[in-house]
Structure formats: structure tokens, C-alpha cells
Design a binder for this molecule. Structure first.
Ligand SMILES: [Zn+2]
Length: 362
């Protein structure tokens, strides 16, 4: 489970380093992170829901034709979460997958409003989260934190209900209020009251903004919702003044490259604005969003960006440090994670890409 130092360069040093890198994941959704094996367990528990309980059939079910199909699958999985035990199953499945990618800490987005509307009892949701979180720490060494998010398409009332549910219950590990769903026609400012309540009570503000709409949405997230990190934020590159602002104020951006390609917001990893964000000195963090649904892993995101941008060991380690710094984690845990990253770099005596003379020999 622990990071394995390499005495000599392995066959694919970059992939080995990306895999071994101790990581923090700041943008992933609990329901969207359910692996086929986890969905199979839930589907077997609730056969009437009509979701395949066989892993092979599930892989087919997960093959998205288009964005509406993705939403359909997402909602089908959501409808399988009906008890505290179902929530616990989701959380522990996620923790197992995170541990396999050396993720030490993750902020996981949960949408209480949607769960409650689907008939899950609020106490069961909280009980399942608490039990899953304890198991994640004890059995997988993964420290989980929660972001309760507002499904934007449900409007400001859902926003207030989410904030009130969060503050009334204030579960252990809850660090932030988020805002997801479609951006078009769902202005960030609609949710000012919910975010003001949450921020006054000490929760952090982490809305999605600029994933499917332009830079004005990101400005609104900053001004109206006091955003401390930006979910996705891909369209920031279209506004030089915004790029300057994000760089100057060190506002972290939760970049989810594969997700943006799969939802067709960008054409390919090579065309992803992450290159311009890094060139502009933004505090970029790499994340998975809905990993199995998008065929993503956090290791894979680091590797894909490294290959596309020609990054090496030190740049990858810098990205991992960015996530540790942008995380709403306790200081001793942050210091431990940063030390672990430094330790891996020190124990990896090669660099990548290779020096010109090594490349010439190969
Ligand atoms: Zn997201």
C-alpha cells in the first residue's frame, strides 16, 4: 500500500512514478465514483430497479452514447442508494479504489437533496457516510472529507435546504458547500443566500463554475459565492484578467481533464486548457470527477497530463503538492502528505524525460 521507492528506473518510469505518487483528490462525486463491482452489489440488493447486477453487463451499461445517456446512468445508480448500508457500500468501495491509486485524502461530493428526494432517510445518509468514512480510514488508510453540494437545476430553494441540512447535522468530515448540475440558465448568484449561510458557519465554498459556460460564471462564483476553489473552471483561459486574478490570489482550480473530454467540453487531453493554466501560473490540481463512469483514475489523470505536456518527475510532484496545499485538510495530515511526496521524489533517483545523452543512447 505504501509508496515503493525505485532504486533504478523501471520500464516506464513516468507511469511508475505517477502510480506511486501520494495524492489528494479534491473533486469527485460519491455516486459517480461507484465502480461496476459496487454498482453490481447495489443492483443485486435492489433487483426491481432494473440495473444489471452482472459486471459484464454493467460495463456495457456504463458505455456512454452521449451526455443524456450519462445522466440516465447516473440517475439509475443514484436510485440504488436506499439505505445506510447502501451508502456505506458506496463509500468503502470508493475508499478501496482510492487507496489503489495512493490517494491519502479525498474530498467527496455528496448531494443530500437528491438522495432525500429519492427516498433515502437523512439519518441513514449520515449514518452510512460516518460508517463508511471510519472504515475508509481504518481499512484503507484513506482520510475522507465531505462536500455537500446543491443540485443547481433544483433552484435556490434546494440550495437553502442543502445548506440547512449541512449545518443542522454538521457531520464529522464536512468541510464545504458545493454547487453542481447544469450551468447554463442556472446563474451562480441564485445561490448566494445558501453560500452566505454556509460560509458564516465556517464551511468552505467550492462551486462548479466555467465547465460548460464562460468566464462570467467563474467571476460570479468568486464574487457572489466567495468561491475558494473553482470546480473545473476550464473557461477561465478565455479571460486574461480572470487568469491574472486566479494566479495572483492563488485560487486553486479543480481540473478534471478526462471528464472534460468525455463530456465533450474539450476535444482531447492535448487540447485541454490545463496547459495554459499552468503556463499562467495557476494553482492547478488534477481530479477525476466521476472516475469509473468516465474511465478515469487519478493516476491516469496525472499520467495523461504529463504525457501531453511533456512533464517530468518534478512537475508531477508539484501537481501533487498543489492538491495537498489546496485541500481543506488538517495541518498535521497536510504536512505528512507533503513529506511523503518529498520522500518519493528523493527515493526516485532518475528524472524524466531523460537527459539528452540518455535519450540518444536509447
Ligand atoms: Zn463535478
Amino acid at each position: 500500500m505504501s509508496a515503493r521507492p525505485y532504486a533504478a528506473a523501471p520500464a516506464d518510469p513516468l507511469a511508475a512514478f505517477a502510480a506511486a505518487l501520494p495524492k489528494a483528490e479534491l473533486h469527485l462525486h460519491l455516486v459517480g465514483s461507484a465502480a461496476p463491482a459496487t454498482v453490481a452489489r447495489l443492483a443485486a440488493r435492489h433487483p426491481a430497479a432494473g440495473v444489471p447486477a452482472d459486471t459484464g453487463a454493467l460495463r456495457e451499461f456504463f458505455r456512454f452514447r452521449d451526455f443524456p445517456h450519462f445522466i440516465e446512468v447516473y440517475q439509475a445508480v443514484h436510485s440504488l442508494v436506499r439505505s445506510a448500508e447502501d451508502v456505506r457500500t458506496l463509500v468503502t468501495g470508493l475508499a478501496r479504489d482510492l487507496a489503489a491509486h495512493q490517494v491519502r485524502y479525498a474530498e467527496v461530493t455528496v448531494t443530500p437533496y437528491t438522495h432525500l428526494r429519492d427516498g433515502l432517510d437523512g439519518d441513514d445518509l449520515l449514518d452510512g457516510l460516518a460508517r463508511g468514512r471510519a472504515e475508509a480510514a481504518a481499512e484503507h488508510g484513506v482520510d475522507l472529507a465531505w462536500c455537500f453540494d446543491i443540485p443547481g437545476e433544483r433552484g435556490p430553494r434546494a440550495g437553502l435546504e442543502t445548506a440547512v441540512f449541512a449545518l443542522r447535522n454538521r457531520p464529522e468530515g464536512l468541510v464545504s458547500l458545493g454547487l453542481g448540475g447544469p450551468e447554463l440558465g442556472v446563474g451562480r448568484a441564485l445561490f448566494t443566500e445558501a453560500f452566505t449561510l454556509a460560509r458564516e458557519a465556517g464551511l468552505h465554498s467550492v462551486p462548479h463554475a466555467g465547465e460548460t459556460t464562460g468566464p462570467a460564471t467563474i467571476w460570479s462564483a468568486l464574487h457572489d459565492l466567495g468561491a475558494e476553489r473553482i470546480g473545473h473552471g476550464t473557461s477561465c483561459v478565455h479571460d486574461p484578467r480572470l487568469l491574472d486574478h486566479l494566479a495572483e490570489h492563488r485560487v486553486p482550480v479543480e481540473v478534471c481533464p478526462t471528464s472534460n473530454v468525455r463530456t465533450r467540453q474539450v476535444g482531447s487531453i492535448d487540447a485541454h486548457p490545463v496547459r495554459r493554466m499552468l503556463d499562467h501560473g495557476l494553482l492547478v490540481t488534477l481530479n477525476t470527477d466521476d472516475p469509473p463512469m468516465f474511465g478515469a483514475t487519478l493516476t491516469g489523470e496525472y499520467l495523461a497530463v504529463a504525457r501531453s505536456l511533456g512533464l517530468g518527475r518534478d512537475e508531477l510532484a508539484a501537481l501533487a503538492r498543489n492538491a495537498a496545499r489546496a485541500a481543506f485538510m488538517a495541518e498535521p495530515a497536510r504536512a505528512r502528505l507533503l513529506a511523503e511526496i518529498d520522500g518519493l521524489v528523493a527515493a526516485t533517483p532518475w528524472t524524466y524525460p531523460p537527459a539528452p545523452d540518455e535519450a540518444a543512447e536509447a
